[in-house]
Design a protein around this ligand. Sequence first.
Ligand SMILES: NC(=O)C1=CN([C@@H]2O[C@H](COP(=O)(O)OP(=O)(O)OC[C@H]3O[C@@H](n4cnc5c(N)ncnc54)[C@H](OP(=O)(O)O)[C@@H]3O)[C@@H](O)[C@H]2O)C=CC1
Ligand SMILES: O=C1O[C@H](COP(=O)(O)O)[C@@H](O)[C@H](O)[C@H]1O
Length: 491
Amino acid sequence: MTRENDTQCDLMLFGALGDLAQRKLFPALYQLQRAGLLARNSRILALARKKLDTQSLRQQLRDKLSATIPGHELEEAVLAEFLAKIEYLPLDMEQPADYEAAARWRDENPVPLVVYMATPPSLYGTIAANLRTANCTGPSTRVVVEKPIGHDFASSQTINDQLAEVFDESQLFRIDHYLGKETVQNLIALRFANNLFATQWNQNQISHVEITVAESVGIEGRWGYFDKAGQLRDMVQNHLLQLLCLIAMDPPSDLSADSIRDEKVKVLKALRPIMPDMMETHLVRGQYTAGSSDGRSVPGYLDEEGADRSSHTETFVAIKAEISNWRWAGVPFYIRTGKRLPEKLSQIIIHFKPAPHYIFDPDQKHLANNKLIIRLQPDEGMSLQILTKDQGLEKGMRLREGPLELSFSEAFSTGRIPDAYERLLWEVMKGKQYLFVRRDEVEFAWRWVDQVIKAWEAHSGPPKRYAAGTWGPVASIAMITRDGRSWYEDA
Ligand SMILES: NC(=O)C1=CN([C@@H]2O[C@H](COP(=O)(O)OP(=O)(O)OC[C@H]3O[C@@H](n4cnc5c(N)ncnc54)[C@H](OP(=O)(O)O)[C@@H]3O)[C@@H](O)[C@H]2O)C=CC1
Ligand SMILES: O=C1O[C@H](COP(=O)(O)O)[C@@H](O)[C@H](O)[C@H]1O
């Protein structure tokens, strides 16, 4: 059933023919239509440079959605109703005059407007200014911008300033699509709905934390973008630091956007800078060479389409991050992310300290300490690794490791888990900002990342090589082994 009053709005989608819009946004909007969450009279204006008419775009989308949405989710009546909402307008986003037609479209239906900028970030300010000149904006306008906001602190400030000239912070929805993932939101539920963990969640009980976001894909034809960014800017500055914040933040006083964001910002401000003399112990950069992925041979990074063979851009990064506050003093957060790793896997592992006094067989002391494994994707779920008594008379008081397991798909019959973009688009339509990133979060994350980059540019050599299909350079194993620990790879 459509909740008309909640979500009545029109959507202007800039960059409608681009990769993100085609691969993620239109499918997400279709799913919202299918779930009855798009208001009956809401409309979508698709904007991009190419000369195309509305019928051609609708046909193109029909073909694409039919090919990509699973058969049992593809409903002809829903698809027809969805496509009927969409109109196409060719425009050059840098030409103010091109916005007049958009303004006419807008005038036909005075409901709140959502503007989604699925474009290069360098265009955000221009689009905002041109929309204002064309009288397309107002207090009820909400603006969604994609990551990355800039490529460093200074450029993110420029973009944020340009947006702030036209829109209030309460109108800006900065996307980090990891915040829209079901299991990422579950971190908030896990931590703040369960008293069980509240007293355990600090340096008294936790020895270290691991955050792994592994991708099996390479750069997927995005050399032009990726080589200027690298894995640190593309993944750590946003997704991994957001995950780290959700694990490390203090309890917010309520679920409002600002309460949550205030706590996340405190964590970002407390991140210990990685100084040049810490390069050897706290940072590993890698770049993949030829190898295999999903059973087939794949080229190395420097042989990807469009590659500059002298590039030193990292496709893998591992960092030992530290948070300078009472809760986390002495607890390293080992984070790693890379392309062309053996599988797509995102997980967080909370390693608890051993029991303070050990009374069991000394030869079993090596058995693992408690671990909370949070699987973000795929196979979303959690597992608490505990020690129990081994069964059987002859076993005496022998211990054995075992999981308390919660697989979301097995435990909850909720059907499909919505894609992150479905949830985020739905939250924008409702005007709820808590899953979006505030300006100061972006900027403090950049300050820390800038500092890491400055240190490595001055003091570290080229990235270390790793073969596609492996878990990154051996140096990343050495980084954690040096501390007497190892990466948890029991996927
Ligand atoms: N693709 C992804 O998976 C992800 C993307 N992002 C971010 O989303 C944004 C969009 O990315 P993506 O879709 O991959 O980029 P693409 O380059 O595929 O798409 C950009 C779109 O913007 C249009 N465009 C660019 N300049 C102009 C202009 N002057 N006038 C009119 N149209 C213009 C392009 O049109 P034309 O085809 O004519 O050039 C195209 O439709 C970027 O900020 C990216 O960093 C974030 C996370 C993931
Ligand atoms: O933002 C990005 O994320 C994707 C990984 O997202 P996931 O949801 O598939 O885990 C990454 O491949 C891309 O390089 C980056 O820009």
